[in-house]
Ligand binder design. Structure first.
Ligand code: CTP
Length: 467
């Protein structure tokens, strides 16, 4: 790696740097580090993510199809439930969120900044007057960089500070400095929760627009005590965070149904009839719709992809199972059929492995149900917008137009899947959107980009009523 020293900088730059470093009481090298860190943060988190440990990098890949990764700032308060907040970091990441952590002084009696930082993939923040965090990020930046602030456990003390507008430590200063949505997961002894002061503070906070999840009823850390005061479970808090973040998306309130991947039709217990579909396009569409705020059900054949974050995934094998899962997932506002459904299946799947007995067996095939056509032709409960794909190797547009009519769908995304295009299994796609109004030729782009373009196009069409 090339190295850069202060000496190599031009004189004007050196002078500016010297003045800035002196103003901040830092060496010139340290000042450069701070500037580079701020620039990297401004340029987005992607470059930094590459330095993360492999386990986390893999988790991030699963959410690479999300348009813009949403950022959750998790403030861990000082209560025994803080140990569950370490799990909450993971649960939030599972939903595709980047998580940053602040620990109050009291929280550090229960969990360490090291553990929280290791799980979050970056150091946890603890002090308002810590020169490193102030110069690196700063409490104002921490407050503004987040899309949502989650406080878990939200102790009686922390909620009292919030209600009173105190800002004498990093957590309370960030909570006062933010204009972002806040979600509190209160956790405390039932008597503390029932106390008039706590209830007054809670009423104040909810009137201020703060959202609450829990507390739940149950056994307390002190074995003999039970009542209302247990922190909501990490999965519940992550789901509530998800719902809040989606509420802001262009597809908030919409239900999407997406099919993806191949189907595998059994011949016998070890052999299947399948195809080369990777599921990348369908999965990317499901993830993009979820990132835009839609509630998404993805019905997927066997693929080698992680489940997209924030999406309900139904795993199936055969076309008939896919149809049953699709019908069960209705009603939906929008249905996108991206699966490469096997057109035929062996008439009978042998119970036992078919053995070699001289000449190869002849296999009778029967046609599978056409899932897109079945749903598009429904008399009742038809989604407002039904979108199909047309995988063609020749006469792409003409065949797609014919498919639009035959299958009764509203839009067809036609693509040329002849081997030379590398679309089947590849990462890119060239789409022609065929609608009743005409044909739109989209530029060649990644399957993720196609997914986002489609989701945006759908959002506009739903808003304008031009489906
Ligand atoms: N499709 C479906 N169920 C099937 C076959 C196809 O839902 N049994 C859907 C696909 O998900 C896609 C569209 O129909 O959205 C068109 O799929 P495609 O493979 O291009 O067309 P086919 O109907 O299979 O017609 P052909 O193979 O003759 O081109």
């Amino acid at each position: 790696m090339a190295s850069l020293t202060v000496r190599q900088l031009d004189d004007r730059l050196k002078k500016l740097l010297r003045l800035r470093a002196a103003r901040h009481g830092r060496s010139m090298e340290d000042e450069i580090r701070v500037i580079l860190k701020a620039a990297a943060d401004d340029a987005g988190r992607d470059g930094l993510d590459r330095d993360e440990p492999p386990a986390r990098a893999a988790r991030q890949r699963a959410s690479s199809v999300v348009a813009e990764q949403k950022r959750v700032l998790l403030i861990i308060g000082g209560g025994i439930a803080a140990y569950k907040s370490l799990d909450l970091i993971r649960r939030l990441q599972d939903r595709g969120f980047a998580v940053r952590v602040i620990l109050t002084a009291a929280a550090q009696h229960f969990v360490t900044p090291l553990a929280a930082g290791a799980l979050a993939g970056e150091r946890a923040f603890t002090d308002l007057f810590d020169p490193q965090s102030e110069f690196d990020v700063g409490h104002i930046r921490l407050a503004r960089d987040a899309d949502l602030i989650v406080v878990a456990p939200a102790t009686a003390d922390l909620m009292a500070k919030m209600a009173a507008g105190l800002a004498d430590d990093l957590a309370s200063a960030v909570l006062l400095a933010t204009g972002k949505p806040m979600l509190l997961a209160p956790a405390m002894n039932p008597q503390m929760f029932a106390a008039k002061a706590t209830q007054r503070n809670l009423a104040r906070l909810t009137a201020d627009g703060v959202q609450l999840i829990g507390p739940n009823a149950g056994e307390m850390a002190e074995r003999s005590e039970a009542g209302l005061g247990r922190m909501a479970e990490p999965l519940e808090i992550a789901a509530a965070a998800d719902a809040l973040l989606r509420g802001a998306g262009v597809l908030a309130g919409m239900r999407f149904l997406v099919t993806s991947g191949p189907t595998a039709e059994p011949l016998d217990p070890v052999r299947v009839l399948a195809n080369r579909s990777s599921g990348k396009q369908g999965h990317a569409i499901a993830a993009a719709a979820a990132a835009a705020g839609a509630e998404v059900v993805l019905v997927s054949g066997p693929v080698n992809l992680p489940d997209p974050p924030g999406v309900e995934v139904v795993h199936i094998e055969t076309a008939r199972q896919m149809l049953a899962a699709v019908e069960k997932a209705l009603p939906a506002d929008v249905a996108v059929f991206a699966a490469a459904v096997a057109d035929w299946r062996p008439q009978e799947a042998s119970q036992n492995k078919i053995k070699k007995h001289g000449k190869p067996p002849s296999i009778a095939l029967v046609e599978n149900p056409d899932i897109l056509s079945t749903i598009a032709h429904r008399k009742s409960g038809r989604p407002k917008l039904v979108v199909g794909f047309a995988a063609e190797t020749d006469n792409v547009i003409a065949n797609a137009k014919a498919k639009l009519l035959k299958k009764g769908c509203d839009w067809i995304l036609a693509n040329d899947v002849s081997p030379a295009t590398g679309i089947m299994g590849g990462d890119a796609n060239t789409i022609h959107l065929v609608t009743a109004a005409g044909v739109e030729d989209w530029p060649p782009q990644s399957k993720d980009a196609v997914a986002h373009a489609l989701v945006e196009r759908i959002a506009v069409a739903l808003k304008d009523g031009t489906t």
